[in-house]
Design a protein around this ligand. Structure first.
Ligand code: FMN
Length: 190
């Protein structure tokens, strides 16, 4: 078996919690979005939707996250909002990844959501292969109706996460779980 450089690069992907400029733009960003659009999709529904949040728009998104946190819990919302605003301001590019959901369709909703998740993963791999850093983040914001509406996801359509994107400030050690802990050979018996 030949281990290609491609697979080595894929195995070296890691999430980057601390990001700095530059974020991908132009042809690099196009490749990342194209990778998202190469995700598997049952029924060719093309449910993937990507929302780019960068530059000046980040301040407004930080405000949105703060308002949402305040509405969820007025006691903790202000301090949480300050943290969110700082995080958004420090993150060179955010990509809201979501699914435009069709209900009552032969393709179950979970498969439409998984297609959006697969797009997020393909984009994370592309971000890494192009030499940038990224991290998939959810938390309460991803499931908050106000945040979803602000980014154009009207129920049942919804976000599956935010990709924080930029350049990784420091190399994180790669954690690789053991294959044995996660894999069994099914021998034909229940
Ligand atoms: C659907 C999903 C949501 C996640 N949400 C968060 C999050 O909100 N905050 C966080 O710190 N990590 C979150 N993570 C985990 C990180 O994206 C990352 O996978 C983790 O830090 C491990 O790093 P690694 O990808 O290098 O193994 C999430 C991962 C997935 C798949």
């Amino acid at each position: 078996m030949t281990i290609t450089r491609d697979i080595e690069s894929l195995l070296a992907r890691r999430s980057a919690g601390v990001l700095e400029e530059p974020a991908p733009t132009g042809a690099d960003l196009d490749l990342i979005l194209d990778a998202g659009l190469r995700a598997p999709d049952h029924g060719r529904l093309r449910p993937w939707r990507f929302v780019l949040i960068r530059g000046e728009a980040r301040a407004a998104f930080g405000e949105c996250l703060t308002e949402a946190a305040m509405a969820r819990n007025p006691e903790t919302g202000a301090s949480l909002g300050a943290r969110y605003r700082g995080w958004v301001a420090r993150t060179p590019l955010l990509i809201g990844v979501g699914a435009e959901i069709r209900t009552g369709h032969a393709i179950p909703v979970i498969e439409q959501l998984m297609a959006a998740g697969a797009a997020a993963m393909n984009m994370l791999n592309a971000i890494h292969l192009l030499g940038y850093g990224g991290m998939w983040v959810t938390g309460a914001n991803t499931y908050d109706a106000r945040v979803n509406e602000t980014l154009g996801f009207h129920a049942p359509s919804r976000l599956v996460g935010l990709l924080a994107v930029g350049t990784a400030r420091e190399a994180q050690p790669i954690e690789r779980p053991s294959r044995e802990a996660h894999t069994v050979e099914w021998t034909g018996q229940a």
